[in-house]
Design a protein around this ligand. Structure first.
Ligand code: TRP
Ligand code: ZN
Length: 499
């Protein structure tokens, strides 16, 4: 509860001096940021602008230790506040003074500063910590991935808890300096640009900087033995890639795909506008997972993405996320279509470019290949629910909705929307509803019932709607649409879906 006293200046000043922070106006920050899909994720009462992580990691023992310094601004009068974190904390300081701290819930670190924090003031929070991330879990799981030569933090929506304390929700984006010391001969990979490395007494410190707002789950760390390649795209974007030295038979295909990052980011810029970050690239560690993840500026690829040979489609998908998901992040996890519908659609555009099936053909195929009684249509990409957040329908039905929009508003307006959207919400957050409003503004068309049909209706859009969207209903009804050549390759990026 906030209480405002209106009193003359001098009296106000004396009151402020005389009355300590009262329980009435100073309250704990909420233990969650308010996302209905994940009520405990993120926290209330403050906003982080910068993370400085100065860490040391020992691959043989999985021991991580160091200091996190967070720069934050309070958004309410705070008696205490939470961070999300699992490792062992030895000391917390707020604005230089020792703070007390306690654990609660699955991943909350409750911090009580020596002096309460007034709304709208800045707070510097220092957390000293250590621990073995692979021994920690929340809700019974861990997403910290050990490898024979180190470890990787790259997962969605949860990955930060195992290696740094944070306000763990995409709504609170911040810049990062990630500095990690590892034994000489081992590399530490993170987001952004490599500012410098230095070696001392058998340890090499890697200093990475991400100078544009970045969501917590898009912040990544990989420690291991990597071969690092560097370059610059034709369009002038610096490229840094890294390959585990232990990729075995996948090594060639991984490089044949990820080394095309510069070319593909330039190609995507043609659709989405200038690349929004200071560098780009990907890394392929020797993990046993199957997925890829759009970690900002430095995409994570599982080696298995390259088990069937080169795969430029997955590179296009993850790079498209740099605009759709990373530059413009979702407001709540219900808005996942903002990420996945467009990243999948970019794969369709790439298929078209490669002469392996047009976006329209891929849309027609999705429409035709799922009969009306297929559970596929019960998933609403515009608000799929936490259990279906990464269901295949969010991707395929999601991209079908994007093609339907193109057919509805025409190529000129559609491509203006694709290019204008990242500018409209640059480095910020947006919802599905924000997208509807933006598309309506650019196209001059009311789209409420259109999006209702394609993104929210829990059943297959009827033939008339499909016809309006440019599909051929006769073909569609028979399921007689030919499978585009690119279909299998695109589907091979789908290793995380529940169905
Ligand atoms: N966002 C990732 C992609 O489409 C895929 C993904 C979904 C994922 N859920 C995940 C990755 C969980 C890692 C963990 O590119
Ligand atoms: Zn994706």
């Amino acid at each position: 509860m906030h209480r405002r006293l209106i009193v003359p200046g001098a009296l106000a000043a004396s009151l402020l001096l005389a009355i300590p922070a009262s329980a009435a106006s100073y309250a704990p920050g909420a233990p969650g940021i308010g996302d209905p899909y994940y009520p405990a994720y993120g926290n209330g009462g403050y906003d982080v602008s910068h993370y400085d992580l100065r860490l040391t990691y020992q691959p043989t023992t999985d021991e991580l230790e160091g200091t996190a310094t967070l720069l934050a601004t309070t958004t309410q009068d705070l008696s205490r506040f939470d961070l999300d974190f699992l490792l062992d904390v030895s000391e917390v300081r707020v604005n230089g003074a020792k703070a007390s701290f306690a654990r609660s819930g699955e991943h909350e670190l409750e911090i009580t500063p020596a002096k309460p924090l007034a709304k709208g003031t800045s707070a510097t929070v220092v957390v000293r910590y250590s621990g073995v991330p692979s021994t920690k879990s929340a809700y019974g799981f861990s997403t910290w991935h050990r490898t024979p030569d180190g470890a990787v933090a790259a997962d969605e929506p949860e990955s930060a808890w195992w290696w740094y304390p944070s306000n763990d929700h995409p709504l609170d984006k911040a810049t990062y300096d990630v500095s990690v010391a590892v034994p000489d001969g081992t590399q530490a990979i993170s987001n952004g640009t490599l500012q410098s490395t230095s070696s001392r007494l058998g340890w090499t410190r890697w200093n990475w900087r991400s100078n544009k707002p970045q969501a917590t789950y898009l912040t990544t760390l990989a420690v291991g033995k990597f071969d690092i390649t560097t370059g610059t795209s034709d369009g002038g974007v610096p490229v840094v890639n890294a390959y585990s030295k232990d990729l075995g038979d996948n090594d060639g295909a991984a490089r044949a795909s990820v080394e095309r990052t510069g070319e593909l980011v330039d190609w995507l810029s043609g659709y989405f506008g200038p690349y929004p970050f200071s560098s780009v690239g990907g890394y392929v560690p020797n993990t046993t997972t199957g997925y890829a993840l759009e970690t900002q500026t430095r995409v994570y690829y599982s080696p298995r993405q390259f088990a069937n040979g080169s795969n430029t489609s997955v590179v296009v998908h993850e790079l498209a996320h740099q605009w759709f998901g990373d530059d413009v992040s979702l407001k709540g996890w219900k808005d996942i279509w903002i990420n996945e519908g467009f990243a999948r659609y970019a794969q369709w555009l790439w298929s078209e470019h490669e002469g392996e099936g047009t976006a329209q053909e891929l849309a027609d195929y999705v429409y035709a290949s799922h009969p009306a009684d297929d559970a596929f249509w019960t998933v609403a990409p515009g608000d799929p629910g936490p259990d279906d957040q990464f269901d295949i329908a969010v991707y395929d039905r999601g991209a079908l909705a994007v093609q339907a929009l193109r057919d509805k508003i025409g190529d000129d307006a559609f491509f203006a929307v694709l290019k204008g959207w990242p500018k409209e919400h640059a480095y910020g957050n947006a919802s599905v509803d924000d997208f509807r409003k933006y598309a309506e503004r650019v196209s001059g068309t009311s789209l409420a019932s259109f999006f209702g049909t394609w993104l929210f209706q829990p059943s297959k859009p009827a033939a008339p709607a499909a016809r309006n969207a440019g599909l051929a209903p006769a073909q569609a009804a028979k399921g007689a649409v030919a499978r585009p050549k690119s279909w299998k390759k695109i589907a091979a990026t789908d290793s995380v879906h529940s169905r």
